[in-house]
Design a protein around this ligand. Structure first.
Ligand code: IPD
Length: 260
């Protein structure tokens, strides 16, 4: 039986160390990937390289599925680290201090451990399967409030502009139904915000596995309902997914609103 707390320690040690690269970053130059909204920096690559090296030393048989990796390993691998070296890259480039390192650990497509670290505010969100979710070592829980009593985070799926009309129609609907909406720029931290009960709901029409893997386990372990926009279970094997996550009441209300 694998000790997932030991794996989690390797992950969090590596994240804290790699985060120094983010904090020391200067003259950050963005390189365009698929569009002007989809960018990468030398820091994404350096953080990823460092994390892969550290985690390979700790778990020699592990495989990797990382945002900036050219040839990604199989999602169903026996032992897999799913890494977003910097989630919230646009925030990082523009100097908004709201980005994180996100690492999920899965075995045969099932998440077992996860950590999301935002070095700017020194917040470390962690979870192991069945072991609960924590922020800096203290248990966190979803807020099961109706939309009218909570704040909603959403993502704009910036790399797929065809989804913008639906995204902003939904954002307007939830703005009307909730206290307010937030577009913070990091899917992993949005999932941690619902896990910590800061927001009652987070939705985005398409995000990649590295954006949501770690946050998904943390949100689930905090008691959030996490599903696709069709109300189906989110499966790692799908790779890209839509997401609606938060307290049960808010997610159910949101899925109803989305059908109207
Ligand atoms: C992006 C962020 C953003 C979300 C996008 C993601 P990246 O990840 O999480 O909030 O709206 O869908 O792709 O590119 O900064 O790692």
């Amino acid at each position: 039986m694998m000790d997932y707390n030991a794996i989690l320690c390797h992950i969090t040690d590596a994240e804290r160390e790699a985060a120094k690269l983010m904090l020391e970053a200067h003259s950050v130059m963005a390189e365009q990937k698929s569009s002007r909204r989809d960018v990468v920096t030398e820091y994404d690559r350096r953080v990823q390289e460092y994390l892969m090296q550290r985690l390979r030393e700790a778990v020699p048989k592990a495989r990797f599925f990382c945002e900036e990796q050219e040839k990604k390993d199989d999602i169903g691998a026996e032992q897999l680290f799913i890494i977003d070296p910097i989630d919230g890259t646009m925030n990082f480039v523009r100097g908004f201090h709201h980005s994180c390192i996100s690492i999920g650990y899965a075995e045969q497509g099932v998440l077992k451990a996860a950590a999301v670290y935002n070095p700017y505010v020194d917040e470390l969100f962690t979870a192991t399967l069945g072991g609960g979710a924590f922020l800096n070592g203290k248990p966190i829980h979803a807020d099961d409030a109706p939309l009218s009593e909570t704040v909603v985070c959403f993502g704009t799926t910036p790399y797929d502009i065809s989804l913008a009309p639906r995204c902003f129609t939904l954002a307007q609907k939830v703005f009307g139904a909730s206290l307010d909406v937030r577009r913070e720029g990091s899917a992993a931290l949005d999932l941690c915000s619902v896990a910590a009960g800061r927001a009652g709901l987070y939705f985005e029409l398409a995000i990649s596995l590295w954006d949501y893997a770690a946050g998904l386990l943390i949100a689930r372990e905090a008691g959030c309902v996490c599903c696709t926009m069709e109300g189906r279970e989110m499966k790692l094997s799908a790779g890209k997914s839509s997401v609606a996550a938060g307290g049960k009441t808010a997610v159910e209300e949101f899925l109803r609103l989305a059908q109207e």
